[in-house]
Design a protein around this ligand. Structure first.
Ligand SMILES: [Fe+2]
Length: 281
């Protein structure tokens, strides 16, 4: 995810990447990864879209310890031509978009402490790698992420990045997908969270609404708690096609004269999979 600073911190390259320094991780840090990995990989089968579990297999992510990005990138490169690169923290928007447009996924190298097991403010290596990277081994999702980066580069300087950020938020981070009669998880913010991987599917409180690109781009989101609405795509192919086939300039123009929607709004034209009780809020 992007930030607002302009110059890379000391020790980072001009593209904000840093060496992962895999050999510097301590045994405790590797053990933290293993704890998180064991908990999520027990929770997710049947809840997450099967392509995510396939991605874990393709990338051999069940190997104990924090993944070595070079090893991970070699497998990912063979699958879809993507790589994982380390960054010191949040990076500026255009840096973030440029990496995605060039099929590089930026990941934090630090891992949370035991006190942060269930919540941390900045994404760590578990969120970034376990949450995001398995689906990058899937060609259609990999193409979507590149298309998103290219869209970001085109949108830079137009004052519309908050709209585009909502597309990322409600798909890449907190998206649900329809499979037959069921909904499945695919967003990285959900699949890397023990609490939200239950809440997003099972809790009666949040709305679960059909994905619509301009609608999502009008909708605010919550950064510090479970979502009040989740948006459901029909397929990764649909998400990619919607993104590639949308002329964003008229969408941005229309959005500029519309009022943002609150996190729990439901519109007459929404496809409602589940009307939330909103009790959690
Ligand atoms: Fe993320």
């Amino acid at each position: 995810m992007p930030n607002d600073a302009r110059t890379p911190p000391l020790g980072a390259s001009s593209d904000w990447t840093v060496p992962q320094r895999w050999s510097d991780y301590t045994a405790q840090e590797h053990a933290m990864w293993d704890t998180l990995f064991a908990r999520q990989s027990a929770m997710l089968p049947g809840r997450v879209v099967p392509e995510f579990m396939e991605g874990l297999d393709i990338l051999r992510m069940s190997k104990p310890g924090i993944p070595d990005f070079e090893e991970l990138s070699a497998r990912l490169m063979a699958a879809t031509g993507w790589r994982v690169v380390a960054v010191p923290g949040l990076v500026p928007d255009e840096v973030f978009f440029d990496h995605l447009a060039n099929r590089r996924f930026v990941a934090g190298r630090f891992i949370r402490t035991p006190e942060q097991l269930d919540y941390l403010e900045e994404p760590d290596v578990f969120h970034d790698v376990f949450g995001h990277v398995p689906l990058l081994a899937q060609p259609v999702f990999a193409d979507y992420m590149q298309a998103y980066g290219e869209g970001g580069l085109r949108a830079a300087g137009k004052g519309v990045l908050h709209h585009l950020a909502r597309l990322y938020w409600y798909t890449v981070e907190f998206g649900l997908i329809r499979r037959g009669k069921d909904l499945k998880l695919y967003g990285a913010g959900i699949v890397s969270s023990y609490g939200e991987s239950q809440f997003a599917l099972d809790d009666p409180s949040p709305h679960r609404l059909g994905f619509n690109l301009p609608r999502v781009m009008r909708t605010n989101y919550k950064i510090d708690d479970f979502q009040q609405s989740y948006f459901v795509i029909d397929s990764f192919e649909q998400l990619l096609a919607d993104t590639l086939n949308t002329d964003f300039d008229p969408v941005y123009a229309a959005l500029s004269s519309e009022i943002d929607l609150s996190t729990d709004s439901v519109l007459a034209e929404d496809h409602v999979y589940h009307l939330g009780t909103t009790v959690y809020n």
